[in-house]
Ligand binder design. Structure first.
Ligand code: SF4
Ligand code: SF4
Length: 373
């Protein structure tokens, strides 16, 4: 095994291939506080990529309710229980990754779901963390919590799917770091399905090969955000490219939120894949839960989010404002701009939406403009 740097762990770790980072790395930020679980993203992906035979059960994008929602069933809790203690010392991970904890003869600690595990895509939807007696919510509204977690393939820097494939069918595109699966090489061994801790590779029984999210790379190549991003009703998503922490550029919106302001966190960084989808943690969930899920720094992330200054609030306002990828951004007084690499304007949004007060009686035309004058 090679020794590679995983900045999310604050240390080096063992991986099956030497460190080889792409020229650019596709990355995304999801704001969990804005997701309403409408599943529009799920359907946008489904109708674009997985409407064929053998794909009926596949959700390359899914949205589950935490703590009791899973797709497939128990995808995270099963692995976390097997991995054992996941201790952090400050921002350094002291436990084992799934590569370091692999059983003899295997490349990653994993498990393969059976077909029933995929049969309850919406299990636990809107289930609270605790029991609420009928009517109790009227007297004490904060006894229990849940939140929505939207998930796609993380296009990991150290993909377990890639490491585990005995055919070498999975590779990271050097131009954008998107992880793709060559179906002409695949023989359907499903080692990738077993190894991916996020369970974002799916076996197609009709073709005998595996399939996965491709981050809509035909759109990325045209400078456009993926389907699940541009169709997101809650405008919770932003796609772009991330730099290594030492190269962080505050003008890059992803770098700014992940590296500079540190309000967006990876999903289960302790597993060791350096996943490239980052989450703004839910503000109302006990921090013990979110720390296990998003790693150290969750409390600071929530504090920064709650007290967002004009720059932070302005950048969050660019989410969902355009189909185009905005590799650069800037704020100028009361306006926030999404920019191309060359600095030309793609989109402009106001820092604060203007409020127009409409009089009940329009004196110019002498008409009543509201239902309740
Ligand atoms: Fe591979 Fe899973 Fe990482 Fe996607 S999330 S790159 S399928 S290991
Ligand atoms: Fe959440 Fe957006 Fe998907 Fe709706 S479309 S479920 S708001 S991520």
């Amino acid at each position: 095994m090679a020794r590679v740097t995983n900045w999310q762990l604050g240390r080096q770790m063992s991986y099956w291939y030497p460190e080889s980072r792409p020229k650019k790395q596709f990355a995304a930020i999801f704001d969990t506080n804005k997701c309403i679980a409408c599943q529009t993203c799920t359907l946008a992906c489904k109708t674009t990529w997985t409407s064929g035979r053998g794909q009926e059960y596949m959700l390359w994008n899914n949205v589950e309710t935490k703590p009791y929602g899973f797709y497939p069933l128990g995808w995270d809790v099963k692995l976390l229980a097997e991995l054992g203690a996941q201790q952090w010392n400050g921002s350094t991970y002291e436990g084992r990754t799934i590569f370091e904890a692999a059983r003899a003869g295997e490349r990653a600690l994993g498990w393969r779901p059976d077909e029933h595990d995929y049969a309850y895509a919406n299990v636990g939807e809107d289930d609270c963390s605790g029991k609420i007696d009928k009517g109790a919510a009227f007297v004490a509204q904060h006894m229990a919590w849940f939140f929505y977690l939207a998930r796609i393939c993380n296009h990991c820097t150290y993909p377990a799917c890639l490491a585990s494939c005995p055919r070498g069918s999975i590779y990271k595109r050097p131009e954008d770091g998107i992880v793709v699966l060559d179906q002409s090489r695949c023989r359907g061994y499903q080692e990738c399905v077993k190894a991916c801790p996020y369970k974002k590779v799916f076996y197609n029984p009709m073709t005998g090969t595996s399939e996965k999210c491709i981050a809509c790379f035909p759109k990325i190549e045209q400078g456009l955000q993926p389907q699940c991003f541009v169709n997101c009703i809650g405008k919770i998503r932003l796609a772009g490219f991330i730099s290594r922490p030492e190269d962080a550029n505050p003008d890059n919106p992803i770098d700014y939120l992940v590296h500079v302001r540190k309000i967006a966190k990876p999903l289960f960084p302790q597993l060791g894949l350096e996943p490239n989808v980052y989450y703004i943690p839910p503000i109302h969930v006990p921090v013990q839960f979110t720390q296990q899920m998003f790693g150290p720094g969750v409390e600071q992330a929530i504090a920064a989010y709650r007290n967002a200054d004009d720059d932070l609030a302005g950048l969050l306002g660019l989410f969902g404002s355009t189909e185009q990828i905005i590799p650069r951004w800037k704020r100028d007084k009361q306006s926030v701009y999404g920019l191309k690499e060359d600095g030309s304007e793609v989109v402009k949004v106001p820092l604060r939406e203007p409020i127009h007060e409409r009089l009940a009686l329009d004196p110019q035309f002498n008409v009543v403009r509201t239902n309740c004058p």
